[in-house]
Each structure stands twice: as C-alpha cells, then as structure tokens.
Design a protein around this ligand. Structure first.
Ligand SMILES: *[C@@H]1O[C@H](CO)[C@@H](O)[C@H](O)[C@H]1NC(C)=O
Ligand SMILES: *[C@@H]1O[C@H](CO)[C@@H](O)[C@H](O)[C@H]1NC(C)=O
Ligand SMILES: *[C@@H]1O[C@H](CO)[C@@H](O)[C@H](O)[C@H]1NC(C)=O
Ligand SMILES: [Ca+2]
Length: 485
C-alpha cells in the first residue's frame, strides 16, 4: 500500500521535475513498479519515456512527509489526492526554493568558474611572462659569467705582466750591481797592470827616465751609454794589430784621394764653408769643395745637411776603425783619411776655416746600441801654428756631458811634438793626436775598439769620460762646425 503511494507521488513529481531538469541517471526501480499497477499503464509509459533521468532531489527526502499521510486506514481516493496535492505543493515550493537556491549557487559557481578561468588564463600569461623573465635572467647570468671570465683573464694577464716587470726590474738591479763589481775589478786590474809594468821596466835595465803613467779617467761615468754594451766582454783590436812600429809614423798624408768627386764641382764655384753650400740650395749631405778666405788651395770636406738645418762642416770623423789615427805632427797638420769614411781635415785647414768668422762646434757621439748624444760649444776656433793650434771653446750645452772643456786653451800634441802639461807624452798613452792636458777627459782620435768596453794597458780608446767613461770606446764620432748666426 505504502509503496503504491510512493510510486504515485514519484510519478507526479517526475512529471513536474522533468520540466526543470531531465539530466541525471536512469531510474532503477521503474520496471518493477510498472508490473504492479496496470491501470496507470498509459501514464506509466509516459513517465518511463520522459523520466529517463534521475531527480535532483533524493527520494528519501520526499518520502518522509508523504508516508505520514498514508498511514491512515483504507484511504479515500479524493481525500488522499487533495492532501497529497497540498503536501506536494508545499514540498514543491520547498523544492523550488531549494532549486532557486541551487540555481543561485550554480550562478555563483558559474561566476566563480568564469573567474577561475580568467584567473587561470591570467596565471598562464603570468607563467609565460615569468618564463620569459627567467630566460632573460638566465641569459644575463650567462653573459655576466662570460664577462667575469674575461675579466678574470685580463686580471690574470695584468698580474702576469706585473710579475714579469718585477722580475725584470730585479734582474736589472742584479745586472747593475754586477756591472759595478766588474767596473771596480777593471779599475783595480788597470792599476795593477800599470804598477806591474812599471816594476817590470825598472827590473829590465833600470830605465828611470821613463815617464810616469798619466792618471786614469774614471771608468764609471756620470752617464752610462747603454747597459747591453757594458757587458760585452769581447774586445777586438784589429786596428791595433794592424799597426806596426815601423809603418805607423811613415804613413803619408792621404787627404781624400779615394772617393768620387763631389757632385757640386762642375756647376758651382768653391764655397768658404758648408753653411754657404747649404745656403746655395744644396740639400744633400756629401763631399763638397771648399776654398777658405785668403787661400788658393781647394779642400774636400763632408757637408752634413741632415742635422739641425744642415750647413755643418765636418772636420773629424770616426766610424769603423778603417783609418789609423796614431800619426805624427805633419799628418795632423795637413790632414788624412777618406772624406766618405774616417778622416781628419787637418789643423791648418781647421784654423783657416775658423779664422773666417765666428763658428760653433758640435760633437756627435754614438754608442754601441745606436744611441746618439751631443756636446755643443757656443764658439770654437784654433790659434795659429806658432801657438800650437790651441783650441778655444765657448760654453758647453748638450746631453753628452762636458768632457772637452778640460782641454780648452791647450795646444795640440802628437807623439813627435809634446806640448801637453803632463810630464810624459800624452799621445804615447792615448795613441792619438789631441789638445792633451794631463792628459785627457776625451780622446776622439784614439784607437777604434769594437763593442764598447775595451781592455787596454792605457786609456787609448775613443772615449768621452762623461759619456761611458775612460774604458768605453764609442762606435762613431763626428766633430763639425757652423757659423754662429
Ligand atoms: C700567467 O702565467 C702563468 C704561468 O706563469 C700561465 O700559466 C698563465 O697562462 C699566464 N696567464 C696569462 C693570461 O698569460
Ligand atoms: C779594488 O781595490 C780596492 C782598494 O784598492 C779594494 O777595496 C776593493 O775591494 C777592490 N775591488 C775588487 C773587486 O777587487
Ligand atoms: C791657410 O790660409 C793661408 C792664408 O791665410 C794660406 O796661405 C794657406 O795656404 C792656407 N792653408 C791651407 C792648408 O789651405
Ligand atoms: Ca808632456
């Protein structure tokens, strides 16, 4: 009985509810109910067709109140129907409200879902943005690391260079110390050799008339030419070997017999000095013919136009040891050598040149690493032969040091004409001809030694005491004059 009522209610509710939502699961008990009540077959069929889905409301909730009304005795069909309908209405109202509530909830949920979707989309965007940023960051990090690697490399290199520099500096100091030691040894040995030689000479025949040895020029000068040159131990004395006592003094004067005639000869008349040559428009350094005032003789000289605007008349030149400079008075008076290599213009010619006006002197020195230094004197002239061709110098200026002023006012001395202030003959010790004092701070007509530092009994090299000291022989030397403008 109770089951019948339940079914009926269910059917009604189904009809109603299907209007709202026919979405759900199939009704499980439908088949068994159909078989119990034949008179409702038609509607039952309808229900079966329409309500193929479950209700939103669970069955238990509906049965509660309906069961109460069905507990009475044999029910009247109309009464039951009325009661049921009112109950049903109530339930339906409740259901509707609930459904509305649910609808609201669904709406809210829908909004929430939309919001969720939006949020998710946004989150996706954020994700991609974050990824992008992350990649950028990664890129930056990698680049930074590369940079820092490069920086580290550079730092390493700087450190290396610094350590190398320190190493070289300490090595340089070492070498300097060693140079000092060696110089001192050389000084001691020179003194020792001189002493031994004197004793030796005295022992063999007691020649007490022999002159004393002149004082040595200090080996360590104020300015050092070049470090490398100082440590060469090689001493070549080809020039010295070539000399023999017999031939040395007999060598005839050889004023420029060698060499091509100067290019200016044919077109232009002889000039009084190289300054005039330069003023005449000749720009090339080379050999030119000069004729000094009051003289009827032509002289060949080298004109230097590549230095300090040119116009320099070169009267002395050393460069390769090709010419012997250990000569007598006559040779030094007339001149000797080859104009295009080593030569001495001659005291008479120099005298006649400097007599023409006011000249200044330039001494150019080159050491064995090719460094050139200069000593310039504001005025320069020689006195006549009767005065021994005394040298007269003005004030010094330059970077070689003033080693020539020590000779200022001194007459010229050769081996066969001793006019120096030393007890012996300075030409003998220095192996040249010069305006010796007692004896010299410079010896530019000495022996040409190869390599710089030389070892010899006497200081007979081409030295300039203030540049290299007494035992450093210069590689090349030039002495030249130009009128004072
Ligand atoms: C620095 O010197 C060390 C050895 O002294 C060497 O291994 C390294 O490669 C050098 N670095 C550079 C950048 O030259
Ligand atoms: C050189 O001689 C001096 C004294 O004459 C001496 O004090 C010095 O030690 C000597 N030097 C060398 C390297 O022999
Ligand atoms: C120097 O000049 C004088 C005249 O002042 C002359 O007699 C002499 O020959 C000249 N000397 C030379 C070498 O030219
Ligand atoms: Ca003397």
């Amino acid at each position: 009985m109770r089951r019948e009522v339940t079914w009926w209610l269910c059917a009604a509710l189904c009809l109603f509810a299907c209007g709202f939502a026919c979405a759900g699961q199939p009704l499980g008990q439908q088949h068994s109910l159909q078989s119990t009540r034949r008179r409702r077959a038609a509607s039952n069929d309808d229900i079966n067709k329409k309500c193929s889905y479950t209700f939103l409301i669970p069955q238990q909730r509906i049965t509660g109140p309906i069961c109460a009304s069905a507990t009475g005795p044999e029910p009247d069909r109309d009464r039951v129907t009325r009661m049921d309908i009112s109950d049903l209405r109530e339930v339906l109202g409740k259901q509707r409200r609930e459904i509305e509530t649910l609808q609201l909830v669904v709406d809210v949920d829908g909004n929430l879902v939309n919001e969720m979707k939006l949020l998710r989309k946004e989150s996706r965007n954020m994700n991609s943005r974050v990824t992008q940023l992350y990649m950028q960051l990664l890129h930056e990090i990698i680049r930074k690391r590369d940079n820092s690697l490069e920086l580290a490399l550079l730092e390493n290199r700087v450190l290396n260079a610094t350590s190398e520099m320190l190493r070289l500096a300490s090595r340089y100091r070492e070498l300097e110390a060693r140079f000092g030691q060696l110089a001192s040894v050389v000084n001691n040995q020179s003194a020792l050799i001189a002493a031994l030689e004197e004793r030796c000479l005295q022992a063999y025949g007691g020649r007490h008339d022999l002159p004393a040895v002149p004082p040595l020029v200090p080996v360590v000068p104020e300015s050092i030419p070049a470090n490398s040159g100082r440590f060469t131990n090689e001493i070549t004395r080809e020039h010295n070997r070539a000399l023999t006592r017999g031939s040395r003094m007999d060598a005839p004067p050889t004023v420029s017999p060698v060499g091509i005639p100067p290019p200016t000869l044919s077109t232009e008349g002889p000039f009084r000095d190289c300054f005039q040559v330069r003023q005449a428009g000749n720009k090339a350094s080379g050999m030119y013919l000069l004729k000094t005032d009051g003289s009827d003789r032509l002289i060949q000289v080298w004109c230097e136009h590549g230095l300090d605007n040119g116009g320099w008349t070169v009267f002395q030149r050393r460069k390769d040891g090709s010419v012997n400079f250990f000569r007598n008075w006559e040779n030094y008076k007339k001149g000797f050598g080859n104009i295009d290599s080593e030569y001495w213009l001659g005291l008479e010619n120099i005298y006649n040149l400097t007599k023409q006006g006011d000249y200044r002197l330039l001494v150019e020195l080159e050491d064995w690493v090719g460094k050139k230094v200069y000593a310039e004197y504001s005025s320069f002239r020689l006195e006549s032969e009767s005065e021994g061709f005394r040298i007269r110098l003005g004030t010094y200026q330059g970077n070689a040091g003033d080693s020539l002023s020590n000779h200022n006012g001194k007459p010229f001395t050769t081996l066969d004409r001793d006019r120096d202030t030393f007890s012996g003959n300075c030409a003998h010790f220095h192996k040249g001809g010069w305006w010796y004092n007692a004896c010299g701070q410079t010896n530019l007509n000495g022996v040409w030694y190869s390599g710089g530092v030389y070892r010899s009994k006497f200081q007979d090299g081409i030295f300039w005491a203030d540049y290299g000291g007494g035992f450093y022989s210069l590689k090349s030397v030039r002495m030249m004059i130009r009128p004072i403008e």
